[in-house]
Design a protein around this ligand. Structure first.
Ligand SMILES: C[S@@+](CC[C@H](N)C(=O)[O-])C[C@H]1O[C@@H](n2cnc3c(N)ncnc32)[C@H](O)[C@@H]1O
Length: 235
C-alpha cells in the first residue's frame, strides 16, 4: 500500500465515525478520540511541493504524511525526546517554541498547529504563525473544545484524566475572567472556544475559511478543526 493510500485510509477511518454520534456512544468508544485527533484533512490544503511548518510537531507524524504526499517541510518542538523521535525518521526539526519560530517572514505555504495551543502563550504563538505564513498561506489547526474537558471530567474512568478535565475547565474560566491561568504545570491545559479563536485570528490577520464538525459531548464540541488563511494577496 502506498503512503498516499494509507493517508487516505486514515481519513476514511475518521470520517466513518459520525460527528453526530451520541455522547454516551462517544464516551464508550475509545477509538474515537484517537481517530478524530488523527484526522488528516490538512493534506488537502497543502499541495505537493508546498513548504509546511508543523509547530509543536511531537514525533512529526503529520509532517511525515505531508512529505509522503510530495510536500516539503520542517517541524518545531520543545520536547527533547520528541525531537529525537522525529529526527530518527529523517525529519527536519528544530528546537524552538511556537512563540519564537526560527523561520523567515512569509516563508511558509502552510502551518500545522495540532493540539499545541494550551501549552503556549496564545497571542505570541498566533503572531509567529501569522508572520511565517505567506499571504494566502494556510493554517490547519486542531484544538480541544469544551466537550473534551467535560467528557474527561464526567465520564473518564481514569481519575488523572478527570483531574485534567477539571484543570482545563478552571484554567479556561480563569483566562476568560482574569486573562491568566493556574501557576506552573497546573496551567498546562485549557479548552478554547470559537469566540476566543475568532478574536485571536482577527488580531493576527488570519481568516477562518473552513470549520469541520467534530463529535460533541453535552452539546459542546470535543475538538475544533479549523482551516485558516493568512490575509493578504490570495493565491
Ligand atoms: C498534544 S502534543 C501534540 C503533538 C503533535 N502536534 C500531534 O498532533 O500529535 C503537544 C505538543 O506540543 C509541544 N509543546 C509544548 N509547548 C510548546 C511550545 N511552547 N511550542 C511548541 N511546542 C510545544 C509538546 O512538546 C508536545 O509535543
Amino acid at each position: 500500500m502506498s503512503k498516499r493510500q494509507s493517508a487516505a485510509d486514515l481519513g476514511a477511518r475518521a470520517s466513518r465515525l459520525k460527528p453526530e454520534m451520541s455522547w454516551a456512544a462517544y464516551a464508550l468508544d475509545g477509538r474515537v478520540n484517537d481517530d478524530y485527533f488523527r484526522t488528516n484533512s490538512y493534506l488537502e490544503s497543502f499541495p505537493p511541493g508546498s513548504f509546511v511548518i508543523d509547530v509543536g510537531c511531537g514525533s512529526g507524524w503529520r509532517l511525515e504524511e505531508h512529505i509522503a504526499c510530495g510536500g516539503r517541510g520542517a517541524g518545531t518542538e520543545v520536547d527533547e525526546q520528541s525531537l529525537v523521535e522525529a529526527r530518527a525518521k529523517g525529519l527536519n526539526v528544530v528546537r524552538a517554541p511556537a512563540e519564537s519560530l526560527p523561520f523567515e517572514t512569509g516563508s511558509a505555504d502552510g502551518v500545522i498547529f495540532s493540539g499545541v495551543l494550551p501549552f503556549t502563550v496564545e497571542d505570541q504563538a498566533f503572531a509567529e504563525i501569522a508572520r511565517v505564513l505567506r499571504p494566502g498561506g494556510r493554517l490547519e489547526a486542531y484544538y480541544l473544545g469544551v466537550g473534551f474537558a467535560l467528557r474527561d471530567l464526567f465520564v473518564n474512568r481514569d481519575v488523572r484524566k478527570r483531574y485534567y478535565g477539571l484543570r482545563s475547565l478552571v484554567n479556561s474560566v480563569m483566562m476568560g475572567v482574569a486573562n491568566r491561568k493556574l501557576p506552573g504545570k497546573y496551567g498546562d491545559t485549557m479548552y478554547v472556544t470559537h469566540r476566543r479563536l475568532a478574536e485571536l485570528y482577527a488580531r493576527h490577520g488570519l481568516i477562518l475559511r473552513a470549520h469541520t464538525p467534530s463529535p460533541t459531548f453535552m452539546g459542546q464540541p470535543v475538538f475544533i478543526y479549523h482551516s485558516v488563511e493568512r490575509s493578504g494577496v490570495s493565491k
